[in-house]
Design a protein around this ligand. Sequence first.
Ligand SMILES: *[C@@H]1O[C@H](CO)[C@@H](O)[C@H](O)[C@H]1NC(C)=O
Ligand SMILES: *[C@@H]1O[C@H](CO)[C@@H](O)[C@H](O)[C@H]1NC(C)=O
Ligand SMILES: *[C@@H]1O[C@H](CO)[C@@H](O)[C@H](O)[C@H]1NC(C)=O
Ligand SMILES: *[C@@H]1O[C@H](CO)[C@@H](O)[C@H](O)[C@H]1NC(C)=O
Ligand SMILES: *[C@@H]1O[C@H](CO)[C@@H](O)[C@H](O)[C@H]1NC(C)=O
Length: 362
Amino acid sequence: MSAIKCKRVLNRFQRSKVCNELMKLRTTTLLVILLTICLLIFYNTKIKIDDSQQSMRYKGHNIGTEFERFYMDVSSDKLMDPLIHKHQFQTLLNTGKECKAKHKFILVLIYSASYKFNGRQIIRNTFGSISNFANRYIEYVFVLGQTNNDTLQGKIEQENYRYKDMIQGNFIDSYKNLTFKRVFSLFWVNKYCKDAIFVIKIDDDITINIPLLIPYLNNKVDKNITNVLECFTMFKIQPYRIPRSKWYTSFSDYPFPTFPPFCAGPSSIMSINVIRQMYKATSIVPFFWLEDVYGSGFLPWVLNIKVVQPKCYIKDLHQSVNKQPCHLFYINNLKNVSDSYEMWKTLETGYKLKQNHSCKCW
Ligand SMILES: *[C@@H]1O[C@H](CO)[C@@H](O)[C@H](O)[C@H]1NC(C)=O
Ligand SMILES: *[C@@H]1O[C@H](CO)[C@@H](O)[C@H](O)[C@H]1NC(C)=O
Ligand SMILES: *[C@@H]1O[C@H](CO)[C@@H](O)[C@H](O)[C@H]1NC(C)=O
Ligand SMILES: *[C@@H]1O[C@H](CO)[C@@H](O)[C@H](O)[C@H]1NC(C)=O
Ligand SMILES: *[C@@H]1O[C@H](CO)[C@@H](O)[C@H](O)[C@H]1NC(C)=O
């Protein structure tokens, strides 16, 4: 699960939870006050989202301009990484399926740590079993890095022999190496699956509401919207400057007070031409280890691609079981997956009955 964003996502969830609980107090007065507070929070969020990414200022400095000077005027010795910049990737393990065999509407890339067998199995047992929805084909691919553990590698190869849904790149699978995973994914899509229409990147603890996502994306196709980069958007996030933090960022690694807008790690939706452009851009953007900041912040910034947060985007799954599934993504609790299977029952029923969703999300 990727870094800073998650923390912020949780914060936001907690906020709405607090709102919900307070709402239960029945006195009208309280209701009115609370409604005002909630509205204010909502309004606030809105304002942040509407901020233009090109005019980020901090203490009188235009971060946009300084960021561009720093990252686009960079000396060539910072662009020499064999993987990030030279794209010398090897696909050590491939799905063995031809992505082009059926025209794929969505390619789902699931970032999975090599040892997380259970997370992968839950996805295969639930929404990952839907490969065709309303004649839109969906392909699911687990993205792994290398491991030095031969036993583990053997198990991974067996798993892929059975399911043919895993790819493995030539970098050690570790949290600090996630940016390699990101760029490897871009490489792989361009090489093996470039005819997909949309690419969705998720962590292995996410449930996708396929019956809602397909009509959501169909609507974009109908409207000829081709530059899509959508996610839970993080605005004006400050780097962690305390050395013992898991996400510590030194001033020499990143000298500015805030990051450009970027996508919260757990999920994002990209159209294929955004993927194509981002892959090209990797060769001119210096390495930065925070994968979501690099892959969904720096790359779209230098390309001038706007990061957008849709309505009904993501919610905590536990809070959502037994309710109408009106969010595109849900965050599972992998420590207790009973809710995930409960949610799948709901989604599967809708899928089998081909029910038209009645969620007002676009
Ligand atoms: C190697 O992987 C196996 C299988 O996942 C695991 O049981 C074992 O503890 C690992 N060994 C080391 C040294 O991490
Ligand atoms: C990945 O991480 C490991 C340690 O976690 C490191 O030794 C390695 O050099 C990193 N980079 C690549 C490309 O594997
Ligand atoms: C979408 O693009 C196609 C081809 O470029 C065009 O024929 C069609 O009219 C466009 N549709 C809309 C809704 O703009
Ligand atoms: C897992 O979650 C379900 C639903 O929230 C709950 O009923 C159950 O007791 C939990 N199981 C464990 C082992 O915590
Ligand atoms: C769902 O919507 C489609 C197109 O709008 C319609 O043809 C179909 O009959 C609807 N299905 C149900 C079960 O209402």
